[in-house]
Design a protein around this ligand. Structure first.
Ligand SMILES: [Zn+2]
Ligand SMILES: [Zn+2]
Length: 355
């Protein structure tokens, strides 16, 4: 695929990312700050929390993981911007992944801020993070992985791969549900919510038309592409959702993209086109792998035959599960377009359509 390099809008932030260190707290523009909050055991290293100044306090976009280190970094970052944690009035959360939602409850406790989330993600919190019901989610994950052809001895390990990080989220409920197109009631800001399902069923981006800014969460990032996977809590065809959501942000008149990881950048349309092309290429590769297997193959078998950024053998349980479920997202997309077909069963097998 042709190389495409985004244009970073903060040389200092880009430089820090390149050197593998956490960037400084930065003033992005009038009344707007970027606060990197560290996340543990993760190559992304930090989530970028955005601080939006209001007449009597601040709103933040995303919060960080629920660790003391993250909380202290957020408090310190707010301090650099001239605010305290008690000044937070609103926590706008792009989606419920631990690096975005984890700390929201603690911020609310310290400040009385309201927490806003899209209803499709709010609906997933109980099953995902409540101890009494999480077993049912693991069971559904196990069934799904078995259907994908994950070998028996590996299924349990893969199904439980997220359990160790659950404590990094406080399973609080949001105070407000934010729907597609909602205008956020934040004085001095013309912020509008855009529902961008794909990476998460209720992923939200926030747009400021007057400032031509897009808070893109994990939907569009400068370097990496977010995981788009079929899993027990996903919508039926998350890759179709994701590609539609890319097309939706592509229509926006945006000058600068403020993502939740890596570094902020310009040229949204160029980046969207590149990510779209990446998935088209991936779809072609999946179709080719299916076509090359006589008698069809399972999703797991397809996943092991695709090219990945690292050798398959080096993948840990969490990465193998993500890769399997991502492959399934591509198979489901191809099946919906009539390019491959699924023979149901335990496991289910995939063929080229018409064979
Ligand atoms: Zn995420
Ligand atoms: Zn993230």
């Amino acid at each position: 695929m042709a190389k495409f390099v985004v244009n970073p809008s903060s040389p200092a932030q880009y430089d820090a990312w390149r050197k593998g260190v956490v960037p400084e707290v930065e003033r992005v523009g009038p009344g707007l700050w970027s606060v990197p909050v560290p996340i543990p055991i993760n190559p992304l290293r930090y989530v970028l929390v955005y601080v939006l100044e209001l007449p009597g306090g601040v709103a933040i976009v995303d919060a960080g993981w629920n660790t003391d280190e993250a909380y202290d970094a957020l408090v310190a970052g707010l301090g650099v911007a001239g605010h305290g944690i008690a000044d937070v009035r609103a926590v706008l959360v792009t989606h419920i992944h631990p690096d975005h939602y984890g700390l929201a409850g603690r911020v609310r406790e310290a400040s009385g801020a309201w927490i806003g989330l899209h209803p499709a993600d709010a609906a997933l919190i109980r099953e995902r993070y409540d101890d009494e019901v999480v077993d049912s989610l693991v069971r559904r994950e196990r069934e799904m992985l078995a259907r994908s052809g994950v070998p028996g001895e590996t299924v349990d390990e893969l199904a439980g791969a997220s359990m160790s990080i659950r404590h990094l989220v406080s399973a609080v409920r949001p105070d407000r549900l934010i729907e597609d197109g909602d205008r956020l009631d934040l004085p001095g800001w013309d912020l509008r919510a855009l529902w961008t399902p794909g990476h998460s069923p209720g992923h939200l981006c926030f747009v400021s038309p007057s400032r031509r800014l897009l808070f893109s969460g994990d939907h569009v990032l400068a370097k990496i592409t977010p995981i788009v996977a079929v899993h027990p809590q996903s919508r039926p065809n998350p890759l179709a959702d994701y590609l539609d959501s890319l097309a939706a942000v592509r229509k926006l008149d945006v000058e600068e993209v403020l993502p939740a990881h890596e570094y902020r950048f310009r040229d949204l349309t160029g980046r969207v086109d590149h990510v779209t092309a990446h998935h088209e290429e991936r779809l072609a590769e999946v179709e080719q792998v299916v076509g090359a297997a006589t008698g069809g193959l399972t999703c797991w078998e397809a996943a092991t035959r695709l090219t990945w950024s690292r050798p398959w053998e080096t993948f840990q349980a969490f990465a193998r599960r993500a890769a399997t479920n991502e492959t399934l997202a591509h198979l489901v997309w191809l099946a919906e377009r009539g390019r491959v077909a699924c023979v149901p069963g335990e496991p289910e097998r995939w063929h080229l359509a018409g064979r």
